[in-house]
Design a binder for this molecule. Structure first.
Ligand code: MN
Length: 256
């Protein structure tokens, strides 16, 4: 049997299971809040067009709108100014080869549970590699914090000085770029820490990853159902012309 034929059999037999890493797109799902002088991210909006009624007797459909960065979503290199000249750096032009990739799931949920501002460092990643092996080039680096168990105000965790949630420092990001990951996936509303504006450089995940042509995945969930290594993530953004990112359904394939 060819490898894809084996794969198909394993899907049908249940030897490979599908884990949904996606939050439901709904108006109540929180969006990033920037200081008021900046343009703002729109939440998900929905408008019914017809529902088996005089607007359309046999059909139900709706219009929706949202920001490219609403809900569980993908960040393309052009999202950040550092990535604006990355060739084929928008969601419609990036190589689809990157949409199906193995995942290295780094579980720092214990550390993050007691520290809203937990910072992922290069030493943390090296410690993870010590236990699980080197992160293979082309993999997703997935940062598990269990932050997705929160909702509403607690998810954004806004204080007087801005948002507080875990994120990586610049050395961690440089380390991941050195490993040539395809990108960084997180459970929080951004790949950077809530206080990432205080880091050097500011917002190191966005600034360094996108400058290096890497991707981001945000607002992931169910990471506790993934092994440290061996899962495959399917993350295929919408093909929006010149899109900086897009909401998407992210699934993981896991050996059952
Ligand atoms: Mn984003």
């Amino acid at each position: 049997m060819g490898v894809l034929e084996q794969f198909g059999s394993a899907i049908l037999s249940g030897d490979i299971k599908i884990v949904d890493l996606t939050h439901t797109l709904e108006p109540d799902f929180p969006v990033l809040q920037l200081p008021p002088e900046f343009g703002q991210c729109e939440p998900f909006k929905i408008e019914e067009v017809s529902c088996y009624d005089d607007r359309g007797p046999a059909w139900y459909w709706r219009n929706f709108s949202c920001n490219e960065h609403t809900g569980t979503h993908f960040d393309a290199p052009v999202h950040w100014v550092t990535g604006k000249d990355v060739p084929d750096g928008s969601v419609d032009t990036i190589d689809p080869d990157g949409f199906v990739r193995p995942a290295c799931v780094m579980d720092f949920s214990n550390e993050a549970s007691g520290d809203d501002d937990f910072v992922l460092t290069a030493d943390h990643i090296k410690a993870w590699e010590n236990d699980n092996g080197e992160i293979p080039a082309g993999s997703w680096a997935i940062f598990r914090t269990d932050w997705s168990n929160r909702s509403g105000e607690e998810y954004l965790n806004m204080k007087e000085d801005g948002a507080h949630h875990p994120g990586p420092d610049a050395d961690a990001i440089r380390y991941l770029i050195d490993r040539d990951v395809v990108g960084l996936g997180v459970e929080t509303i951004g790949t950077d820490a809530g206080q990432g504006h205080l880091f050097e450089p500011q917002y190191p995940a966005h600034a360094l990853l996108h400058g290096a042509g890497k991707y981001g995945l945000q607002c992931l969930r169910n990471l506790d159902q993934l092994p440290p290594t061996g899962a495959v993530i399917v993350a295929s953004p919408l093909k929006i012309k010149a899109g900086s990112g897009s909401p998407l359904r992210v699934i993981a394939l896991v050996e059952g």
